[in-house]
Design a protein around this ligand. Sequence first.
Ligand SMILES: [Cu+2]
Length: 736
Amino acid sequence: MYKQMKIILTAFLLILSAAASAQDGKEKAMPRISSSVPPRTVRYDLYVADTTVTYGKKKKRAIAVNGQIPMPTLTFTEGDTALIYVHNKLNEETSMHWHGLFLPNQMDGVPFLTQMPIQPHSTYIYKFPIIQHGTHWYHSHSELQEQIGMYGAFIINKRTEVDIPTIPLVISEWTDMKPEEVHRSLKNANDWFAIKKGTTQSYVEAIRTGHFKTKVNNEWKRMNAMDVSDVYYDTFLINGKNQNVQPQFKAGDKVRLRIANGGASDYFWLTYSGGKITVVATDGNDVEPVEVDRLMIAVSETYDVVLTIPKDKRYEFLVTPEDRTKSASLWLGSGEKVFAQKLPKLKYFAGMKMMNDMMDMSGNMMEMEGMKMQNQTMDMNAVMYPESLDLVTLNYGMLRSPNKTTLPDAPWKELKFDLTGNMNRYVWTLDNKTVSESDKILIKKGENVRIILFNNSMMRHPMHLHGHDFRVLNGQGEYAPMKNVIDIMPMERDTIEFAATEPGGDWFFHCHILYHMMSGMGRVFSYENSTPNPEIPDPELAQRKLFNDDREFHPMARIGIETNGSDGELMLANTRYRFSTEWRIGFDKTMGYEIESHFGRYIGRNQWLFPYVGWDFRKRTTDPLDKDIFGQSLAPGNNVFGQKNSKNFRQVFHLGFQYTLPMLVVADASVDHKGNVRFQLMREDIPISKRLRFQFMLNTDKEYMAGFRYIATKYLGLSTHYDSDMGYGAGLTLSY
Ligand SMILES: [Cu+2]
């Protein structure tokens, strides 16, 4: 009873203090931490609950902890013991991962891997010794909860800490779209985000800007429009606000920002109007101070930077997502505003041209002869930057540890992974395998593990290792920096090494872009001969649940209602399998109906090959006098193979395959159980202009179709098409 009251009281006090700090609208600069405070057990109570926010245009659901987004900053001193009560007030499961921390495996907070999820309306206690220092953060590792508010700073002071004001900064994105819907849109190659961001790269835009050849070349190599980020966001937040003001600084003051990128999928440029940015730490590890004009913070990375306020003015620390759609600002000092330079729009066609040059016809990134691409030292994206590049931009090659970081003398284990992906179907993998398709990787306590990573995809990936820091081999020899996230740009080959020093357990290694992780881009490192984790009472069940993430099926639908009839498609698909059913139903009785279904599996890394089984039912009664636009009778004669055309009446099973050809044309060959053969070519979603799409189909049954769709909203389009059997139609197309 006493304990319960204490919890309630603690919560009440926490909420009060949160409300107070929200009211004065500024973070409190941390005083100097004295080394004389003895180690203590520091307790936090975190109440995870639903809330609503209006960060974008509408009131939307979010998840807050102790009423706050981001979650409260947790502060410790090296040597303390963390005691964290997570009270789940949600009607769904949750979990809490302490990102970058060295801790016992069962405290790592990965549901179904290191613990079972925290059930709704229950409390879970995390307790672990704090044996390191630095800027870290924490977040939910359950489903897509991180996208809607479950991220916060986790700060560990050294026993003796630097004596300058310090502000923890958590950067994040906000979308008014539910994260499940974001994920589904990505899986369905819906280009609504590109329309919102103005990055469709349509044929009209290509012709207007003189890049027609580049666009054709791009589609010839079977690529869609290129982008540096996947999701359109409504706003960007620094500590939960788009504009932050810290007026307390005067000319000559210094401030240390402890920055964590808590965004789910965006990288951010960091720039400052008051002069150079001095980088002093990354991922919680000190580096030799290095002065730069700007740096990019990858998803889930942390950087500590020191800024000087040069005059009694208000200087802008500008946070710009890599796609440069919008920005967020932190203002330091008071008085006249000094703006940081806004980053100009990216030159996407220049990027597309570079991608064309980098990719061969089989969809592999070509490694260039004599060109060593690693550690962000050569920024291939720079071709898209309109700004002058005599700026000093941070790269991993510039990071140097103040102490030697060489690993102990021990046996080595070397692993190699290709970072692989399929943009068109939004499948992300290592060596073309998802987490559920691969075994755990066994490592031994006491050995050193070297991992060589080659990015054979068109996107950069921030790869994160749980529970361990790794050295990034960056040319600094014995002083290679220690990190727990490594951003790998397309075509880069990077090497990391870590000492397997944990007593045991399963440690996740994954891409930290939330939607890539949920697609299965990761592996589990498992210590050999680990004692069973008491938090996982049923390992088989836990594994099945863990694997469900990347096995999930996503629904999709396109329903056309036009003057001559309805046609459309329903689809359920996951990483490898697709079930789809298409229909055409004429409003005029003689036009009848046809329903064709396919179930199949995608083969290969690019998933260009799709063998399937299917069934086809159709019934039409055509007047022999009816003719199509070419004057050809609609009555079934023979198909082009001389077989009797069954296009008007068919009840068959068929076998076939689809193959994606250059120009993204899908060839489809099938034979039905009566021996009739059909060959078909089709292309959907040719981007004519920003919102106008063209599609066509023709086959050996002498059927053909062509049509336009104008995308009005995410779910609604205006459409028109001509169909050899049903004639002209115009109406609406709903896309889900
Ligand atoms: Cu990724």
